[in-house]
Design a protein around this ligand. Structure first.
Ligand code: FAD
Ligand code: UDP
Length: 375
């Protein structure tokens, strides 16, 4: 065997696994079908701006071990995500908090806001445990906010009616009766200074990598070279879709370089009506406070519009669709993975799970620890 591990995918799962395995003296090779490393967290520098090429990525976690771990590879800035919702030109603070409630209803106290929410919940007839995203959303913030800030955005993002989506998707968002625009409740939050590509490159230092290399075009060759395969691509693709296709949402990004210093005054603006075709516009320079690494103001700006659509063969799969049908199908594939003794399946696609970056890192650390202890 030339390698202990051939790792398919240079995203965070693959990079963490590779780093730890190499530290333990293992021989590692990484391959990726894309022309660059870092998977979906890839950033590309344009005019001093680290452009998040596969969508905005804000690192946040409650896990100190994971936070300390990523800080070994990059310094993080103090970025706090506070997106703005744009509903037909009306601007609201996100996540849902006293600023949002004040703009929506003119209320000034938590008591007034809580009262309106509970009245709207009652009027909508929601008394028991919410059965789907629509009921969950109304139960949390009432019908006005559901109609203006949730329904259109969610249906554009997921391509399904809110009453057919699981409640947990919206439970990711905090609802606060305080004046606090921090989108996350996490203890630790920030963006790696110099971009995510630099962070992943630092994890992969000294590791051999073949880019523009699809595992499936020479699967037998790679299998023959490795003691084990670590597979972080789509789990259904590994089994040649033998049980059918798992569904994903894909995202198309339209990037624009503008010769102005400030387009929207914020990193993230969500377009929450149903008619605007994009879900959000990212203005990347605000992830680094509009400055380059020496602290100088950046003269230009790059914006990206995000368009969400159903995945079809040939597209990049981004979001696993976590409804009952797909969950059941994934279970079937999970059974098949158990029979592949020499393959470790990991990451958002390998485990068909809506993981954030910190969870991917946590699970990669766990997988590699188990693997190295077992040997
Ligand atoms: P990936 O990064 O997808 O890496 C998998 C790699 O495998 C890819 O590079 C792919 O090219 C390669 N590959 C697949 N198949 C093959 C094959 N057959 N042969 C060779 N290579 C192959 N998380 C957060 O914590 N905060 C955020 O703000 C956030 N924002 C997000 C925004 C968007 C639009 C999306 C889609 C995700 C976001 N995430 C966020 C989640 C985050 O992107 C993931 O948790 C993380 O990047 C997953 O890492 P991974 O290694 O599992 O997968
Ligand atoms: N959401 C919404 N309106 C918004 C932002 C989010 O309705 O302005 C809902 C939407 O259903 C989304 C979920 O909240 O899928 C979780 O949002 P988050 O920003 O965590 O999604 P991500 O893009 O990170 O997966």
């Amino acid at each position: 065997m030339m390698y202990d591990y051939v790792i398919v995918g240079t995203g965070l799962f693959g990079a963490v696994f590779a780093h730890q395995a190499k530290l333990a003296g293992k021989r590692v090779l990484m391959i990726d079908k894309r022309p660059h490393i870092a998977g979906n967290v890839y950033t590309e520098e344009i005019e001093g701006i680290h452009v998040h090429k596969y969508g905005a990525h804000i690192f946040h976690t409650n896990n100190k071990t994971v936070w300390d771990y990523v800080n070994l590879f990059a310094d993080f800035n103090r970025f706090t995500n506070s997106p703005v919702a744009n509903y037909k030109g009306e601007l609201y603070s996100l996540p849902f908090n006293m600023y949002t409630f004040n703009t929506m209803w003119g209320v000034k106290t938590p008591e007034e806001a809580g009262k309106i929410i509970s009245e709207q919940r009652k009027r909508a007839g929601i008394t028991s445990e919410p059965k789907n995203l629509e009921e969950q959303a109304i139960s949390l913030v009432g019908t006005d906010i559901y109609e203006k800030l949730i329904k259109g955005y969610t249906e554009k993002q997921w391509g399904r009616p809110c009453d057919q989506l699981p409640a947990f998707i919206i439970q990711r968002l905090p609802v606060r009766l305080t004046f606090d625009n921090n989108y996350f409740n996490s203890l630790y939050q920030g963006i790696p200074i110099g971009g995510y590509t630099k962070l992943v490159a630092s994890m992969m230092e000294g590791i051999e990598v073949c880019l523009e290399t699809d595992y499936f075009s020479e699967k037998e060759k790679w299998d023959g070279m490795a003691g084990k395969i670590v597979f972080t691509g789509a789990v259904d693709s590994y089994f040649d879709f033998c049980r059918g296709h798992l569904e994903y949402r894909t995202v198309r990004f339209e990037d624009e370089l503008l010769d102005i210093p400030n387009y929207q005054g914020n990193a993230v603006m969500n377009y929450t009506d149903a008619e605007t075709p994009w879900t959000r516009i990212i203005e990347h320079k605000w992830f680094q406070f509009g400055k380059d690494e020496t602290g100088d103001d950046l003269p230009k700006t790059v914006i990206s519009r995000e368009f969400s659509s159903e995945w079809k063969p040939g597209d990049e799969p981004y979001y696993p669709v976590n409804d009952a049908k797909n969950k059941a199908l994934y279970k079937e594939y999970e059974e098949l993975t158990k029979k592949e003794k020499n393959v470790i399946f990991g990451g958002r696609l390998g485990q068909y799970t809506y993981y954030d970056m910190d969870k991917v890192i946590e699970s990669a650390l766990l997988a590699v620890k188990r693997e190295l202890e077992y040997k």
